[in-house]
Design a binder for this molecule. Structure first.
Ligand SMILES: *[C@@H]1O[C@H](CO)[C@@H](O)[C@H](O)[C@H]1NC(C)=O
Ligand SMILES: *[C@@H]1O[C@H](CO)[C@@H](O)[C@H](O)[C@H]1NC(C)=O
Ligand SMILES: *[C@@H]1O[C@H](CO)[C@@H](O)[C@H](O)[C@H]1NC(C)=O
Length: 977
């Protein structure tokens, strides 16, 4: 039975404030003056004893608390301020602790200050002296009640229904980070106020309680039990946790630390893999940093509901159950994903729990270290798992793609309010910081960096730190090093690191060789025009010394825009024809561009023997070129093609996933030009071997994302094997209704396969599919799949027909009743380049109908962004027709039709157009020289159709085969089980 007490908590909170205002008049008003969102520091907590009583076993959501808090007074004051939120029935008794015992302090009361969630304890009347005296200690006994919610914030509940007995059980768990501890108990809810915490929980005897520390004692009294836990070391409130549940557990003890996995009884055995990994990982972290795990135990709890994937509470990590128990098999993203997730939380036991950030400004010191070292340690433990490749795919790539930073801010960034604190748990604290930490891990010669971190952890253990404390620990280590201490930057570690933690964007390092006087000039600029400069660690590999192994910094480029240095100073030999590559294994978090001659030398090396250049540098060459291609900043476009040319022999999936965006961008830019066919032929030549290895020979095992990316690249370039393959898959699904896997993660798979399979359909097949669409159950996934799949047809005739079926006057499809059918049109327009002329034609014919749609003008404006310059006059005519018609009919008088001379018109295709102006001729000439006189092999295949394989049993199960191929990447996980 659930006993909802909705409203009680918040209402009584508000009541208390009002009461205080009424009774204590001016005094209370004084406590409502505007206050800082940061706690004052005249007082601080030494010790909490928290006793929670809950009947959650009966489904009762109300719980009561007794928080006994020992507080020290740093400077005399008339108020003790801490946090409390949504706590009711608060009763406070204050004792002054004296040598012999304690003595009640009378005439105190409290006021709530909701704007900052403060609980303020102060004298009832104005006093002429400050009641809380410097150097004294007080014991506050705070009794209160509160209500659990379903939302994972504070103490929350979950219900589980047992399928056999049809009985529902209730459990409760906590989420304190970042500012939710105050929902559980009154506390100094800032990470800087660490204190010892002793937890006691009274709960139903059918349930048990676990918390940060091991159980000290359990007392039974009737239907209830009281569980007493050992006292924690000093801990920040955001890490306080407990769980009251009827879960069962499995345990293993190693080096004196007992680790357990808790889960609902039916899943108990599924925790085996997680516990094995956890035991290995804790030991690996202890060895790697030389700092022992400080608590006697570490629990891992699989919850139905968790704030995110997992939460690192000290000694008690909570997880969303799927992430801990492998229910539903390995993750499609990457087979070791669950281990990386678990190891991230284990890393926090040191980074965040043992040493906590002084304030949320340094959230990156928690999340960046946990992110990076979770991969490093997982890689150590599972060396065949390609874990560091996954780091690049899932962390670095998004940190690099600066376009995706919506809110750019420096890593160290001061925030105050709850919402702003939540907001620093972002791509910058996790991914950018992880990349910066990886850079210095390598630049400062891994072992030295790790020693610095170990000393940092030892020095600040059970305490808090800021970034300077960290940098100074590294500084001390660098100065002790025989080799690095002689470098001219050796005393500047603070400056070096601050240039990264206080900058917003990413540097591009331009490497220009001076072929006459044997020197190199480095210039740096921000990827955005912002004035920012960095200390940038550089190292080099050359054709004469092609060793990519040593990743420590050879030099640091100082924070100036230009820096020249002689080759002899760098101790490298380079002749005119040799190449130099900067940033070995791409451990540095910046982009590198080269002068044209050096770029050409690199391209030649790739073409003669690409394996000489480290795979991570091959990948980064394309990552670094990408923004140049996307922004038309390439100097000699032929060089890009010379780089791409070798890909025919590239077997490494990582490089393919880095080059995908650039090829897509070139495809877009060359669409409709005289180079389009030649370019497609070029791409077919490049991608055909890798496509064959994945989809025909099955000799490469790669991630789903990468294999789909390659499939898309191949089919977009009309590679016959790819078209045939996807057509076969599409046929299986559409005609034979052989289902795809229904797992949601395969959604993208289905969409890509169907889209590519629908590019070229014979008239007969096209109409057959339309018939299937007409008959399909409008509520089914199948129906949606057909609609989405057909959008990709390359035939203008078919597209026009398809649009008529979906949006025409006689259409019976749901999509018509939506006011936003124009939005779907926009989606087709964006995702299928071939659809663009057709869609304009369709709007010209049907604008009178579209004009009735309330959002038409907004969508029309968006489409206008894509008007190519050669269609400008048609656009102006169409716009005029629409304007006239709307005026005539008096439609949409409040909305504004985009002006024909608006700068928005054609804005979205400007980049492509200027690309064509600048490069199309050169590309055309290059491709003519490269591609032997084009055969029409592909055209013949394009004419093939679904019916080509009609009725034959050869293709039976091709869909299963497709799913099998795509899943094969996931199966390596079994090797580690
Ligand atoms: C207390 O806060 C004041 C003002 O916010 C600050 O100047 C001072 O350094 C703080 N003292 C301590 C011990 O944190
Ligand atoms: C609250 O806890 C303190 C410390 O254990 C204890 O002395 C006190 O009696 C408790 N108060 C109530 C009302 O249970
Ligand atoms: C399970 O219990 C619920 C509510 O108690 C009831 O509505 C439902 O019919 C039961 N289901 C079964 C399979 O017994």
């Amino acid at each position: 039975m659930i006993t909802p007490l909705s409203g009680v908590a918040s209402v009584s909170g508000a009541l208390l404030v009002t009461l205080a205002l009424v009774v204590h008049g001016s005094l209370a008003t004084e406590y409502q003056r505007e206050r800082s969102l940061r706690l004052p520091n005249e007082t601080y907590p030494l010790f909490y004893q928290l006793h929670i009583s809950s009947d959650i076993h009966k489904g009762t959501l109300l719980f009561s608390g007794n928080a006994t808090i020992d507080v020290a007074i740093r400077r005399s004051t008339n108020e003790i301020v801490m946090h409390a939120k949504n706590l009711s029935d608060i009763q406070i008794t204050v004792h002054r602790l004296t040598d012999g015992g304690s003595q009640i302090v009378d005439d105190l009361t409290h006021t709530l200050y909701p704007a900052a969630a403060y609980l303020i304890i102060h004298p009832r009347e104005n006093e002429d002296h400050l009641v809380f005296e410097e150097g004294q200690q007080y014991r506050l006994e705070i009794l209160y009640t509160a209500t659990m919610t379903l939302r994972p914030a504070g103490l929350y509940y979950m219900d589980y229904t047992d399928e056999k007995s049809n009985r529902t059980s209730y459990i409760a768990a906590t989420q304190s980070e970042p500012t939710y501890a105050r929902l559980i108990f009154p506390c100094y809810d800032e990470p800087g106020f660490k204190a010892n915490v002793s937890i006691i929980i009274t709960h139903g005897s059918s349930h048990s309680a676990i918390s940060n520390m091991p159980v000290k004692e359990i007392l039974s009294h009737g239907e209830l039990k009281t569980t007493f836990f050992q006292t924690t070391p000093p801990v920040s409130t955001y890490l306080v946790a407990f769980v009251i549940s009827n879960f069962e557990s499995i345990s293993e003890t190693y080096r004196g630390v007992t680790q357990s996995v808790y889960s609902p009884a039916m899943y108990k055995e599924k925790g085996q893999s997680a516990i094995k990994n956890a035991v290995r990982t804790v030991a690996a972290f202890e060895d790697y940093f030389g700092v022992s795990y400080p608590l006697p135990k570490l629990d891992h709890v699989a919850l139905k509901k968790n704030y995110g994937a997992a939460m690192e509470n000290w000694g008690l990590i909570t997880y969303k159950d799927l992430n801990l128990l492998h229910i539903g098999g390995p993750d499609a993203r990457f087979p070791l994903w669950d281990k990386v997730t678990q190891n991230h939380e284990i890393a926090h036991q040191w980074f965040g729990n043992l040493v906590s950030p002084e304030w949320w400004t340094y959230t990156w010191m928690n999340e960046g270290f946990a992110t990076y070292f979770s991969y490093v340690i997982t890689d150590l433990l599972y060396p065949d798992g390609k874990v560091m490749d996954a780091f690049i795919a899932f962390e670095a790539d998004s940190a690099y793609s600066y376009n995706s930073f919506f809110d750019v801010r420096p890593m160290s960034h001061y925030v105050e309010g709850d919402k702003d604190i939540m907001a620093v748990f972002d791509i910058i604290s996790y991914k950018r910081a992880a990349c910066v930490i990886k850079m210095f891990h390598n630049a400062f010669r891994q072992k030295l960096f790790v020693r610095g971190i170990s000393h940092f952890l030892e020095k600040y253990h059970y305490s808090v730190a800021n970034e300077l404390n960290l940098f100074d620990a590294l500084q001390a280590e660098v100065l002790e090093d025989e080799y690095l201490s002689h470098k001219n930057w050796a005393t500047r570690i603070r400056d070096i690191m601050l240039s990264w933690t206080h900058s917003e964007w990413l540097p591009i390092v331009m490497v220009t060789r001076n072929y006459e006087n044997n020197s190199i000039t480095f210039t740096q600029r921000s990827v955005h025009s912002k004035d920012e400069l960095w200390w940038i660690p550089l190292n080099f590999a050359t054709s004469q010394s092609p060793s990519f192994e040593d990743t420590q910094a050879d030099i640091f480029m100082p924070p100036q825009s230009q820096y020249s240095i002689g080759l002899e100073y760098l101790d490298i030999q380079l002749s005119g024809k040799d190449w130099i590559i900067v940033n070995k294994q791409a451990t540095g978090f910046y982009l590198v561009h080269y002068d044209n001659d050096n770029l050409m030398a690199i391209a030649r090396q790739l073409q003669t023997n690409h394996s000489v250049i480290h795979r991570l540098n091959r990948a980064s060459i394309f990552r670094d070129l990408k923004p140049l291609i996307e922004h038309n900043e390439v100097e000699q476009v032929e060089l890009v093609f010379e780089m791409l040319k070798y890909l025919e022999f590239e077997e490494d999936p990582m490089i393919w996933s880095e080059v995908g965006d650039s090829i897509e961008c070139l495809t877009r830019n060359l669409f409709g030009t005289s180079s389009q066919n030649l370019f497609n032929e070029f791409v077919r030549r490049l991608v055909s071997p890798i496509f064959r290895r994945i989809y025909v020979e099955h000799t490469v095992n790669i991630s789903l994302d990468t294999s789909l990316g390659i499939l898309q690249m191949a089919c977009t370039a009309d590679l016959p094997e790819c078209l045939e393959y996807t057509r076969g898959v599409a046929k299986e699904y559409i005609i034979n209704k052989n289902n795809f896997s229904t797992e949601s993660e395969f959604y993208a798979t289905a969409d890509t396969l169907l889209c590519m399979g629908a590019r070229y359909l014979s008239d007969r097949d096209f109409h057959r599919v339309i018939d299937m669409l007409q008959e399909a159950d409008r509520e089914s996934v199948y129906y949606d799949d057909l609609i989405y799949g057909l959008r990709c047809t390359q035939s203008h005739r078919h597209l026009l027909y398809y649009l008529e079926v979906l949006l025409g006057e006689n259409s019976t499809h749901l999509i018509l009743t939506e006011p936003d059918n124009m939005m779907y049109l926009l989606y087709i327009y964006k995702s299928n380049l071939a659809s663009r002329p057709v869609i304009w034609q369709y709007i010209e014919r049907n604008y009178k109908v579209f004009c009735l749609s309330p959002n038409f003008l907004e969508h029309f404006k968006q489409l206008a962004g894509f008007v190519p310059r050669h269609q400008r006059s048609q656009f102006v005519r169409l716009r005029q027709n629409i304007a006239n018609y709307m005026k005539l009919e008096g439609l949409n008088p409040d909305q504004k039709l985009i002006e024909s001379d608006s700068p928005l018109v054609g804005k979205k295709v400007k980049m492509s157009e200027s690309f064509q102006d600048k490069f199309e001729q050169q590309i055309h000439n290059w491709l003519l020289g490269e591609i032997p006189q084009s055969t029409s092999r592909s055209d013949a295949l394009l004419a093939a159709s679904l019916s080509a394989s009609n009725g034959s049993s050869r293709n039976e199960g091709i869909l299963k085969e497709a799913t099998r191929v795509l899943r094969s990447a996931l199966q390596i996980v079994d090797m580690y089980r």
